[in-house]
Design a protein around this ligand. Structure first.
Ligand SMILES: C[S@@+](CC[C@H](N)C(=O)[O-])C[C@H]1O[C@@H](n2cnc3c(N)ncnc32)[C@H](O)[C@@H]1O
Length: 296
């Protein structure tokens, strides 16, 4: 079975708009949607929809229809991706990423770690979160700012929930900052398995537990709540849908860090969370994405 990428070529603003339109329709059907920069100087971007099997033309046609108003005459292109481990292969050459005190690096880059770094080792695998995406880097920076903001230090944020943990990178980061317990969840069992491996590899397994769960449908979440810090790097729409549950599981005075939100979606997300009694504290912008800190 081949993986297939259906995509359109546009500019940065167009890619953001296409991401919004495509996410609304295709994400609930389980097709990941993403944007990537192709040529910075020429402002060429691609917005892509990923399929696990070859398309008989029907999904490309629906994609064209969904984009037709915003992109008249849009041409949907197709790329057949290599079957195996294509994420690992495409990320193999990536360099370590710094975000605040954190350095996220692959096993081949251990030499890049400096004495005062909080080094997180994450090899590219079939789970999101090597630190290279603006949302992950924004979350890492925000986690450090938030967890070091109280007089009692990071322990004031125990326990932490990392919803949509992917590779586990954010859960590991929170546990590295101080003596907190972290519950890491993901809807995707492959991500949960990879997160567990990374949690062990980074020496925080005694305080970080990873479970598979869709949103808040989990006895583990119910058992651990309320959380003094909830981190969720998912996407604007599911975050807004989960706003009532996120607010209900946050402890009074607790912090919520949200990402996976395009800059243009910021106000809608803030309105959804304000409506649940959470107030905006700070926003970090990275590569067109925002990471938002709210307090209950
Ligand atoms: C953008 S990735 C973030 C990964 C990592 N936390 C990071 O910041 O790099 C989003 C993750 O959320 C998971 N996810 C999406 N919807 C979810 C849901 N409703 N409940 C739990 N996890 C979800 C996806 O499987 C994916 O691993």
């Amino acid at each position: 079975m081949s993986n297939v990428r259906l995509y359109l070529s546009t500019n940065e603003a167009g890619a953001g708009r296409a991401l919004e339109l495509l996410s609304d329709i295709f994400e609930d059907e389980g097709h990941p949607v993403a944007t990537m920069e192709v040529d910075e100087a020429a402002d060429i971007w691609e917005a892509s929809l990923y399929l696990e099997a070859e398309d008989d033309g029907s999904i490309a046609a629906r994609m064209a229809e969904c984009l037709a108003d915003a992109f008249p005459g849009v041409a949907i292109q197709t790329e057949i991706l290599p079957d195996i481990d294509w994420i690992s292969r495409s990320l193999e050459g990536l360099k370590p990423v710094r975000a605040g005190r954190f350095l996220v690096h692959g096993s081949h880059d251990r030499a890049a770690v400096r004495p005062h770094d909080l080094a997180i080792e994450v090899d590219a695998a079939q789970a999101f979160g090597t630190g290279h995406h603006g949302t992950t880097a924004g979350c890492l920076e925000m986690i450090e700012r938030v967890m070091l903001s109280r007089p009692e230090g990071p322990r004031g944020f125990d326990p932490v929930l990392d919803l949509g943990t992917g590779s586990g990178v954010l859960a590991i980061a929170a546990a590295m900052l101080g003596p907190v317990r972290v519950l890491a969840t993901d809807i995707d069992p492959i991500a949960t398995r990879i997160a567990r491996q990374n949690i062990r590899l980074n020496g925080v397994a005694a305080r970080v537990e990873a479970v598979t769960a869709r949103g808040f449908h989990s006895t583990a979440i119910a058992g651990w709540a309320p959380f003094r810090l909830i981190i969720a790097n998912i996407l604007a729409r599911p975050l807004m849908q989960m706003a009532p549950e996120i607010a209900a599981c946050a402890a009074p005075g607790g912090s919520v860090i949200l990402s996976g939100i395009l800059a243009a979606q910021r106000w809608k997300v803030l309105a959804a969370f304000n409506g649940q009694g959470l107030s905006h504290v700070e926003t970090i912008w990275r590569n067109g994405w925002v990471t938002i800190h709210l307090r209950k």
